[in-house]
Design a binder for this molecule. Structure first.
Ligand SMILES: Nc1ncnc2c1ncn2[C@@H]1O[C@H](COP(=O)(O)OP(=O)(O)O)[C@@H](O)[C@H]1O
Ligand SMILES: [Mg+2]
Length: 379
């Protein structure tokens, strides 16, 4: 799939921008603070309904402007259609696909799929578990309608169960009301966890291959899914998928054994909101020992793997957004990367210095120079 054209109105530092995009490689060149990331962010917003940098939608509207708009013409195997997001200072944001307004933000996912790789993603290896969960959730939610719904359902049940626990702690509700929510929590939670386990198994396979390619075959990357209920030292073999039954039983057991704690603390302590991933290089935990360079290579491999996974699920590749990450790779890693995506993936890439790239790497690309929220030249 690809974005054919993009139009921004009063989005961040863009008053008005209208560009046509290449179906392969697009390179945005510009000094710092000119609007490169803002442009990448606008595509991410169209794809996911939110920014990857801020939770406050009003940050996205040009200062002093009343509203911002992002529009794109997108082409997928479903056909060609328009996408539109409207952000206002005092109304909720609104979305249109092909001229028809969507009822909920979560209905937006799946029309335009993206994989984003930005400098923040380097934290994926050593940062908090929530980053790794977000990585897996966003990949899955984009390609699976069922997963999207399960995620919404699970989070709703979790919230309701939490407020009940709080009410019980404050003696406003009775303990026996919990059972209903427990059953639903386990049901939706098990579905999420089973799909995570399956997806991670496949992503791990792709990642191992691309990691070999990037690191010149010297290192072996393995990725393990760590369901919240695993005990210290326990792990799930990359090749062995847990049965849904198994997940269900262990989840229910954990709820049982944490009941007193949960009642005392007034909140849910177990469930997939505590899952994690483990990255290992040659069998050693990458979180503890991986160097900057190794982390970069691992994240690159994971992003390529996510691309392959999503491509396989949907039958066409997502659009790849690379914000300021490629110029920091050495030439051999970068050429492996560019060769892998080849002409099969639409890519939007930003860089401050075109000189970081060799001429032959840029040969087939379309290039845009961005200065102060405007397209200064194109070729
Ligand atoms: N809501 C906004 N209205 C106007 N300008 C904004 C807004 N938000 C950010 N900016 C400006 O956008 C610029 C940063 O753009 P960014 O895309 O992050 O730059 P870079 O090219 O380095 O990636 C800064 O100059 C910042 O002041
Ligand atoms: Mg930037």
């Amino acid at each position: 799939m690809h974005v054919d054209s993009l139009e921004l109105n009063y989005y961040r530092n863009y008053r008005k921008l209208s560009i046509e995009l290449d179906r392969n490689l697009n390179i945005f060149v510009g000094d710092n603070a000119q609007g490169k990331t803002n442009l990448i962010e606008s595509i991410y917003l169209l794809a996911t309904g939110r920014s990857h940098r801020t939770f406050r939608d009003t940050d996205l509207i040009t200062w002093n402007a009343p509203e911002a708009q992002v529009r794109a013409q997108v082409n997928t195997q479903m056909g060609s259609f328009s996408m539109r997001v409207l952000l206002s200072r005092n109304r909720r944001k609104r979305f249109w696909i092909g001229g028809e307004e969507l009822r909920r933000q979560s209905d937006l996912l799946g029309f335009l799929n993206v994989v984003l790789f930005s400098p923040d993603d380097l934290q994926l290896v050593k940062g908090s578990p929530s980053m790794r969960r977000h990585f897996i959730d966003l990949g899955l939610a984009q390609v699976s309608k069922v997963y999207r719904h399960d995620l919404v359902d699970y989070n709703r049940v979790l919230q309701q169960r939490n407020s009940l626990l709080k009410n019980i702690a404050e003696r406003k509700a009775k303990v026996d009301e919990l059972h209903l929510w427990d059953a639903q929590l386990v049901e939706y939670g098990t579905r999420l966890m089973y799909k995570r386990a399956e997806a991670i198994q496949r992503i791990a396979g792709f990642a191992r291959e691309s990691h070999k390619g990037i690191s010149g075959g010297e290192e072996n990357l393995t990725i393990h899914y760590l369901p919240f209920y695993l005990k210290e030292g326990e792990s799930i073999a990359e090749t062995k998928l847990p049965l849904a039954r198994e997940i269900n039983d262990r989840f229910a057991k954990e709820l049982e054994s944490n009941r007193l704690q949960e009642l005392r603390r007034g909140t849910t302590l177990v469930g997939p909101q505590r899952d994690d991933l483990l990255f290992q290089i040659d069998g050693k935990d990458a979180r503890q020992f991986a160097s900057q360079g190794q982390q970069r290579t691992v994240v690159l491999a994971i992003k390529l793997a996510e691309l392959e996974f999503m491509g396989e699920e949907v039958g066409e590749y997502p659009t790849l957004l690379l914000d300021d990450v490629l110029s920091e790779l050495d030439f051999s890693r970068r050429s492996f990367f560019l060769e892998t995506i080849g002409d099969k993936v639409q890519t939007l890439l930003t860089t401050t210095d075109r000189g970081n790239f060799r001429r032959d790497e840029l040969y087939h690309s379309r290039q845009y120079v961005i200065i102060d929220g405007q397209l200064a030249s194109e070729g």
